[in-house]
Design a protein around this ligand. Structure first.
Ligand SMILES: [Zn+2]
Length: 283
C-alpha cells in the first residue's frame, strides 16, 4: 500500500498498549530487511533516516527505496525523518514526500525549541504529516548531535506546556536513555515517564533503546511509550553479517552475497524488536 503517516499508527499503539518500532536504515538491504521482518510478523513499521544518512544519499533516494518496499506489502509503512535538526531540513523532507517528520530543537532553549517545533507543526498540518519533537536531551551522540550535560531529563510540567504550545503529534522524552552504545546498564526514570504521561495525551517516544534491557523497554511501553527507535543494533547486525561472510570467503566479489548475510542478520534483530514492542499482528 502507499506510505502512511505515523499519526494513526501511534494512536492505535497508544490505545492498544503496545509500541511501534522505528528502525534506522542505511541502505537497500536494511530497507528490505526491516520491511520483510515486519511483514512476516504482520506488524506496522516505521523506517527512518537521520540527517547524516540523508547527507550520504539524499532524501529522495531513501524515500524511493522505502516507497517501493511499502507498495509491495499490505502492512502499514511510514517514512520518518529522525532528528531533523532545522526547519529547512524538515521542509525538504515534507516536500520530498516523507510521511512523518521529527524536528529536534532540543539543542536550543525551551523557547527556541517551542518556536521551531511550532513552525514545523504548522507547516506540516495542512498535509496531515505527523510531527515528532524532543524535549529534554537524550544522552550520547546521535549523528552529529551531542547529547547535553547538566540535568537533561524531561520536566513533566514543561512537557505539558510544550505540547500545548506547539501542536506536535508525538514527543520524544529524556528519561535516562542515550544514543549509541552504553558503558553500563542504563537506568530509566519510570516515575518521570508516568508523571509526563499523566499530563501529556499525545504518543511518547523512546530514543536510544539499543542496549536498554528488554524488561526496561517493556516497562516503558506499559507506562505509555508508543514508538521505540532502534539504530545502533541494526548497524551492528548488518556489519557483523558482512564481516562474518567476508571472513569465511575472502575471495567473494559479488556484493549481493555478503550484503545478503548482513540483511539476514537485520531481519532477525528487527523481528526480536517487534516482539519486544508487542506490535506483531497489529498491522
Ligand atoms: Zn534519537
Amino acid at each position: 500500500m502507499p506510505l502512511v503517516t505515523t499519526k494513526k499508527m501511534l494512536l492505535d499503539a497508544q490505545a492498544g498498549g503496545y509500541a511501534v518500532g522505528a528502525f534506522n536504515v542505511e541502505n537497500l538491504e536494511m530497507v528490505m530487511a526491516v520491511v520483510r521482518a515486519a511483514e512476516e510478523l504482520s506488524s506496522p513499521v516505521i523506517l527512518q533516516t537521520t540527517p547524516s544518512t540523508v547527507k550520504y544519499a539524499g532524501l529522495d533516494y531513501y524515500l524511493a527505496m522505502v516507497r517501493a518496499a511499502a507498495e509491495r506489502t499490505a502492512i502499514p509503512v511510514a517514512m520518518h525523518l529522525d532528528h531533523g535538526e532545522s526547519f529547512d531540513l524538515a521542509m525538504q523532507a515534507l516536500r520530498t514526500g516523507y510521511t512523518s517528520i521529527m524536528i529536534d530543537g532540543s539543542h536550543g532553549s525551551f523557547e527556541e525549541n517551542i518556536a521551531v517545533t511550532h513552525s514545523v507543526a504548522a507547516a506540516c498540518a495542512p498535509s496531515s504529516i505527523s510531527v515528532e519533537a524532543e524535549l529534554g536531551k537524550v544522552g550520547g551522540k546521535e549523528d552529529d548531535l551531542e547529547g547535553g550535560d547538566g540535568n537533561p531529563f524531561t520536566d513533566p510540567a514543561q512537557a505539558q506546556e510544550f505540547v500545548a504550545r506547539t501542536g506536535v503529534d508525538s514527543l520524544a522524552i529524556a528519561i535516562g536513555t542515550a544514543h549509541g552504545l552504553y558503558k553500563g546498564v542504563p537506568k530509566l526514570d519510570f516515575d518521570r515517564l508516568s508523571a509526563i504521561r499523566s499530563v501529556v495525551s499525545i504518543p511518547l517516544v523512546l530514543h536510544g533503546a539499543s542496549g536498554v534491557p528488554d524488561e526496561s523497554v517493556r516497562e516503558a511501553i506499559r507506562r505509555g511509550i508508543c514508538k521505540v527507535n532502534f539504530a545502533t543494533e541494526l548497524r551492528i547486525a548488518f556489519s557483523d553479517g558482512v564481516k562474518a561472510y567476508l571472513a569465511r570467503d575472502p575471495e567473494v566479489f559479488d556484493p549481493k552475497k555478503y550484503s545478503k548475510a548482513g540483511m539476514e542478520n537485520v531481519v532477525s534483530v528487527v523481528k526480536d524488536k517487534i516482539g519486544l514492542c508487542g506490535s506483531a499482528g497489529k498491522a
